[in-house]
Every structure is written in structure tokens, then in C-alpha cells.
Design a protein around this ligand. Structure first.
Ligand code: ATP
Ligand code: MEV
Ligand code: MG
Length: 397
């Protein structure tokens, strides 16, 4: 059980190709970002469970005895066919005093936490009185998988706290990862958290946050692409807020209304993901500049498709237009409707050109984020290995 504080982190992600189509059984290519969500869980002896979420200004606590009264409704196990039921969600909303129809960010985050806390306790054994702090380097709700990194951190922390999985961090180590079968369990529980936040997630985001690196995801099948080169990208946050849940529901509605028009678009996005993977593999075989025009054209085509299925936004059009004036190619990433875009950079892209593109993007009110890609998935950290910024957050709350 939990004898001392544990600190863990999971990465955000960028989807190169396949967002939305992946919800409908098509392939997606996703990369882990070196922008992470950190969680600290510490034992406490006040008979309460506390969750503190500084990114969204929320801190709540409940008596463990009160939480226990809900346990029987959450003992169904990890049956693949069962997702969080409307009855379970209603019980949680009533417990947490959430009455609004359209859930606010803090409501979704709390519901996902309560769902995971109760389901994991009911299935593996009571989680003791704990304090949990979650803080992220990722913008929340901007297409970079913040919900998945949050769910993966929660699942890993709660499974470790109740002894369902081990704690692989040895004394002298600064970072440790769980063995594959435990990562698989973390990923499957995190998917449940995503279901609470998203409604109908494909599972691609929680898979990247769990496994890290670069992967292809299709209908629940995760293929880690170990050999492919990780392209350089520039991330731009338009700062236009949006909800993945609403955007995913909008696409579903469009497919229902116009199946003969929308299904070929999804099939084309699927073909783009496969073509991109083929090109990345060819680049691994023979690195050469000649592959970049193809990757750039795939970005352009997919961006048009994403507009067709209704997840574009004028701010994302602006990112594409501004970067195009510098000879660069961009597309939205994640759910779209605002949030972030990715711009492909060639290894030989002139840094001055990138700098001037960034200046123009900033002048539009957008924020460019620097990060590397192919980062590791969920891991445990020793306190001494944490960056000062992260330590500061955990020491403050
Ligand atoms: N650090 C965090 N603290 C608290 N809640 C968080 C945090 N990160 C994510 N969330 C929860 O996840 C929600 C955002 O999820 P959403 O799926 O809409 O966006 P995203 O995951 O950032 O983007 P995408 O799904 O397109 O990659 C927030 O409203 C909040 O409920
Ligand atoms: C829009 C979507 O395809 C990606 C969000 O990052 C939703 C999902 O796959 O769950
Ligand atoms: Mg999300």
C-alpha cells in the first residue's frame, strides 16, 4: 500500500493524422510530446480523499466513509463491453453536486476522478486516505491530449495506491516504468476516465500517454513504431477553447446525416495515415529530403478533410495561411474547433524562417510551444529528478 508520496507523469500527444476518423475505426498516427502532466499522491491520516487541480483552480475533498457508500455501484470490473453507465454518472453527479447539463472542465475532471477512484477501489481493494495533486505543462482542452494524460496519471496512481500494480521505482533510480502487462491495465482504466471526459473516445490519446513514442492506433490495436524518424514540428495554440466531446459528437451527427458523403472522407483520412506511415518508414530506410514534400502535401490534404467533416475553425485557417507565407505546411491536431495546430519543419528549415513564422503567429494572438516528440509514456519519478517548477507546485499545495 502507499507508504510514502509517489510522483508520476504522462505525456501529452500530437496526432499527425487520423483524428476523428480513428473514432470510426480508421487508423491514426500519434506522437508523445515532451509536455507532461505530473501527479503526486501522498498518504494522509485524516480519513479524507483530497484532489487538488491547480490548472483549473479546483480543490475538493470527501470523507472516505462517505465515498464508501457509493462503492457497490462500481464493482463491475474491467469488462470491455461495459463503459461508465448513465446510472453511475448520475450517482456521481449527485454526490459531487453537479447539476449543469453541459459539464464544465472542473466537473468533468472531478467526475473522471471519482469514477476511477470508486471503480478501482471496488475492484482491487480500498484506497486509503490520500491527497492527490495533478498539474500539467499542457494547455487544458487544446488538442494535446490533456484529458488522456490526466486519466493515465490517475489510473496509474490509484492502481498503485491500492496494490493492484507494483511500484517499480527502486531507491537509487530517478525514473521507472511499469512492466508491459501493468501498462496495459493502466491504459485500460485510463480509457474509462477518457470515456467520462469525452463520451466516445477511440483510445488513441490514452494509449500514447501510456506507451509514449510514436504509434499507430486502429480499433483498439496499438502498434508502436519504433524505427520511424520523429519529424520536427512546431505547435501553435490558437487559444480558442473547445470541447473534444462536443466536436466528436458533431462529426458523428454529420456522418449520420450524410453517410455517402462523409464515409469516403474518413476512408481518405485512413489512407493518409497509412501513406504517412509508409513515407516515415521509407525515411528510416533512406533518409533524404525528397520525402518532405509528400509529408507536407499529406498535411494539406488532411487539413481540408478535417474542414469538410466540420472540425475546422477560422483561427486554424489563419495558422495555415500564416505558416504558408513562410513556405510551411500546417494542420489542426486533436479534436480541432480551435485548440492547436502542428506545422511540419524540415531538418534544414531555416531557423530564421521559423522565427519569423512564430512572430507572425504571435501577432495573431496565438502561442507557439516548443517541444520534442517521441517522449516516454507514463513513468514514476524520484523527487530529486523533478524539475524545480514541478517541485514548486507540489510543495505549494
Ligand atoms: N491538468 C488538468 N487538471 C484538471 N483537469 C484536466 C487537466 N487536464 C485535462 N483535464 C480535464 O480534461 C478536459 C479537457 O479534455 P478535452 O478532451 O476536451 O481536451 P484535450 O484532451 O486537451 O484535447 P484532445 O482531446 O483534443 O487531445 C478538461 O476540461 C478537464 O476536465
Ligand atoms: C478527436 C479524437 O480523434 C482525438 C482527440 O485527441 C478523439 C478520439 O480519438 O478519442
Ligand atoms: Mg482529450
Amino acid at each position: 500500500m502507499l507508504a510514502k508520496p509517489l510522483t508520476l507523469s504522462a505525456p501529452g500527444k500530437a496526432i499527425l493524422h487520423g483524428e476523428h476518423a480513428v473514432v470510426h475505426g480508421k487508423a491514426a498516427l500519434a506522437v508523445a510530446l515532451n509536455l507532461r502532466t505530473f501527479l503526486q499522491i501522498r498518504p494522509s491520516n485524516n480519513g479524507k480523499v483530497l484532489i487538488c487541480l491547480p490548472n483549473i483552480g479546483t480543490s475538493l475533498n470527501w470523507e472516505t466513509a462517505r465515498l464508501r457508500t457509493l462503492l457497490t455501484a462500481f464493482s463491475a470490473g474491467l469488462d470491455e463491453s461495459k463503459s461508465p453507465s448513465p446510472e453511475q454518472m448520475d450517482a456521481l453527479k449527485e454526490f459531487a453536486g453537479i447539476t449543469t447539463g453541459l459539464p464544465a472542465p472542473e466537473s468533468l475532471a472531478i467526475l473522471a476522478f471519482l469514477y476511477l477512484y470508486l471503480s478501482i477501489s471496488a475492484n482491487y481493494g480500498q484506497i486509503p486516505s490520500v491527497e492527490i495533486v495533478v498539474w500539467s505543462e499542457l494547455p487544458t482542452g487544446a488538442g494535446l491530449g490533456s484529458s488522456a494524460a490526466y486519466s493515465v496519471c490517475l489510473a496509474a496512481a490509484l492502481l498503485t495506491a491500492c496494490g493492484a500494480i507494483g511500484c517499480p521505482l527502486e531507491e537509487e533510480k530517478s525514473v521507472a516504468r511499469w512492466p508491459e502487462e501493468e501498462l496495459d491495465l493502466i491504459n485500460r482504466w485510463a480509457f474509462r476516465g477518457e470515456q467520462v471526459i469525452h463520451g466516445k473516445p477511440s483510445g488513441v490519446d490514452n494509449s500514447v500517454a501510456t506507451w509514449g513514442g510514436v504509434l499507430r492506433f486502429q480499433s483498439g490495436k496499438i502498434t508502436l513504431l519504433k524505427r520511424v524518424p520523429t519529424p520536427r514540428i512546431l505547435l501553435t495554440n490558437t487559444k480558442v477553447s473547445r470541447s473534444t466531446k462536443i466536436l466528436v459528437a458533431g462529426v458523428k451527427d454529420k456522418i449520420r446525416k450524410f453517410p455517402a458523403i462523409m464515409n469516403p472522407v474518413l476512408a481518405s483520412i485512413d489512407a493518409i495515415s497509412h501513406e504517412c506511415e509508409r513515407v516515415l518508414e521509407a525515411m528510416a530506410e533512406s533518409p533524404s529530403q525528397e520525402h518532405y514534400p509528400v509529408l507536407e502535401e499529406l498535411f494539406d490534404i488532411n487539413q481540408h478533410h478535417l474542414n469538410v467533416i466540420g472540425v475546422g475553425h477560422s483561427s486554424l485557417d489563419s495558422v495555415c495561411r500564416v505558416t504558408a507565407t513562410h513556405g510551411l505546411h500546417s494542420k489542426l491536431t486533436g479534436a480541432g474547433g480551435g485548440g492547436c495546430a502542428i506545422t511540419l519543419l524540415r531538418p534544414d528549415t531555416d531557423p530564421l524562417m521559423v522565427e519569423s513564422a512564430r512572430r507572425d503567429l504571435s501577432a495573431c494572438g496565438f502561442e507557439c510551444l516548443e517541444t520534442s516528440i517521441g517522449a516516454p509514456g507514463i513513468c514514476l519519478h524520484s523527487l530529486s529528478s523533478l524539475k524545480a517548477e514541478v517541485l514548486h507546485v507540489f510543495n505549494e499545495v
